[in-house]
Design a binder for this molecule. Structure first.
Ligand code: PAF
Length: 316
């Protein structure tokens, strides 16, 4: 079995026009290739939801911060196409650079607010590159649904905001992070880790989940994050860019767990930058305190424990 590979926007539009004529629902799964189980989980979710699934493969130069990083990005189109064919995806859209950004291309989509801080602070221009290419992919495919992994949690917020602000009629569907057996979040960048680094890598997930469980259980946020930073450094991560608690809904910084939060981390292991995150339900006591101070009565409260990175389904 093989999958049709489309290289030009004109050909993509012809295919999509036929599907639209037949009143079929279309999903898009944007990727940069080097597909792993995390991507494939998005494709399966898309196949469950839509009649036709377009997987896009474009290593987007506008979202890389260095030419070396762009050059080192794995390119495995042949294998990617085989994986997608076996799942039953309908089209692989893999345009070249000149098709996506023809001579004279001069537009940038920039999303303020949710792009600030976290990865945005360490990768200047990265989210402009992501928002620009994803806006184009939404408009090119005309998809009804678009699937993104929660592992790139800030990206998910950027893409949601962009689609809402530009009135692009696409529903953004978020899928849980898929993890290796030892808890490491799947990423195309994991392939760059040396064998000793690969041994150490999952510690970041274990430390992240442990910190989340402790904060969820009432431990002080700042002290717990400081301890977690020390533990990540002690595990062998050379540089921790950030470890922060942000609001699940809008990524605002959080100092009490009075609404659902996300603990997000980025750190370097040797030459490889890894990111991860985990959700935290709001704490019963923090909600009650906030409600008491503004006189309201919370009726939905949750103190669900945070599961470990390799507990239950290998998902956060
Ligand atoms: O997450 C990615 O792989 C990329 O940022 C995306 C969404 C495909 C845009 O190039």
């Amino acid at each position: 079995m093989s999958i049709p590979i489309i290289r030009t926007l004109a050909d993509l539009r012809k295919t999509v026009a036929v599907w639209r004529h037949d009143d079929l629902k279309i999903a898009v799964v944007p990727t940069m290739g080097a597909l792993h189980e995390g991507h494939l989980s998005l494709v399966r979710a898309a196949l469950d939801r839509a009649d036709r699934v377009i997987v896009t493969l474009f290593v987007n130069p506008k979202q890389f911060n260095s030419a070396a990083d762009l050059a080192a990005y794995p390119r495995t189109e042949h294998n990617d196409a085989a994986k997608l064919a076996s799942l039953g995806a309908h089209i692989l859209y893999a345009p070249g650079g000149a098709e996506m950004y023809p001579q004279g291309f001069a537009t940038t989509v920039s999303v303020s607010g949710v792009s600030d801080g976290l990865c945005g602070a360490y990768r200047p221009g990265h989210f402009d590159g992501v928002a620009t290419v994803v806006a184009k992919l939404f408009l090119q495919t005309g998809a009804d649904f678009a699937f993104f992994g929660e592992k790139d949690f800030q990206q998910l917020h950027v893409v949601r905001r962009m689609a809402r602000d530009l009135d692009i009629p696409v529903e953004i569907v978020a899928c849980p992070t898929v993890r290796e057996e030892d808890g490491l979040a799947m990423s195309s960048r994991n392939a760059r880790l040396s064998p000793p680094e690969r041994q150490v890598a999952p510690r970041i997930a274990a430390i992240l989940f442990d910190a989340a469980a402790r904060i969820g259980g009432g431990a002080p946020i700042d002290a717990t994050l400081d301890e977690a930073r020390s533990a990540i450094a002690a595990a062998g991560y050379a540089r921790i860019e950030y470890l922060e608690l942000r609001a699940e809904e809008d990524l605002a910084p959080m100092h009490t767990l009075d609404r659902p939060g996300r603990l997000l981390v980025a750190a370097w292991l040797g030459e490889t930058r890894l990111i991860d995150n985990v959700g935290l339900p709001a704490r019963r006591e923090a909600i009650a305190r906030a409600a008491a101070s503004d006189g309201s009565h919370p009726d939905v409260i949750s103190n669900r424990a945070v599961r470990g990175p390799n507990q239950a389904a290998r998902h956060t």
